[in-house]
Design a protein around this ligand. Sequence first.
Ligand SMILES: Nc1ncnc2c1ncn2[C@@H]1O[C@H](COP(=O)(O)OP(=O)(O)O)[C@@H](O)[C@H]1O
Ligand SMILES: [Mg+2]
Length: 252
Amino acid sequence: MIDIRNLHVSVEGKEILHNVNITILDGEVHALFGPNGSGKTTLIMTIIGYPQFKVTKGEIIYEGKNLLNLEVDERARLGIGLAQQRPPTIKGVKLRSIIDFYSKNNPEKVDYISKQIEKFEMQDFVDREINANLSGGEIKRSEIFQMVVASPKFFILDEPDSGIDPEFLGKIGGMLTEILKPKKNQNQISTKNTGLIITHTGDILKYFDANQAHLMMGGNIVCTGNPKEMLKQIQQHGYEYCVRCNRRKREL
Ligand SMILES: Nc1ncnc2c1ncn2[C@@H]1O[C@H](COP(=O)(O)OP(=O)(O)O)[C@@H](O)[C@H]1O
Ligand SMILES: [Mg+2]
């Protein structure tokens, strides 16, 4: 589905990512761990195509197409969706306008969306301006709900579990389960969305089985492995242990 090869990215003239390589196959969900400032958000902003993130080397191939030649909206039309770590407030635009956009000319989707609004208790959110006067946890809920509605083929969640209390985390976990449910495409074939989930705490991993995890440090992927095992090692021994462990494995 997506192949990130030898990716080098600079912001304001400074190289942040150095030789990042990640391959995510169709229907897989990968987790991305890493300390603050290691370059996780830079990576996903580059996938989405924010212009301030300049690719100086490498490529991102998505469904056989080189993403780097495409604008942000063209990437979105290919089915790439992002729930941002710190989404902006959009005054004058209600959440309902975005939701209505997805259900335009699609009666089945209208029904699906109204069920999801009820299921995730989003009634109070839909007629408010996007993220205006919402708490941190409510912003996450609203942002990830948009992924439920859009159901992009390749979804990216940037720290859906940061700064969230346990009750809200359960709601976000429920939304993730919904995003991951196999859905029928226009040919009535059941398909599963593919995803990349950045998690600093790993809390969200309780709600799904990630296929692989990657650890980013200092703008490099320093370790790739089993998500639950890696998280356990990081929680018990810190990030450095994971790096050393990977080095040991390579030396064997
Ligand atoms: N727009 C920007 N301008 C300047 N530096 C930036 C910008 N965005 C990110 N950086 C820097 O890039 C590094 C990685 O940041 P980021 O990708 O946000 O890390 P993470 O998401 O892993 O916490 C940090 O040192 C950060 O200060
Ligand atoms: Mg970040």
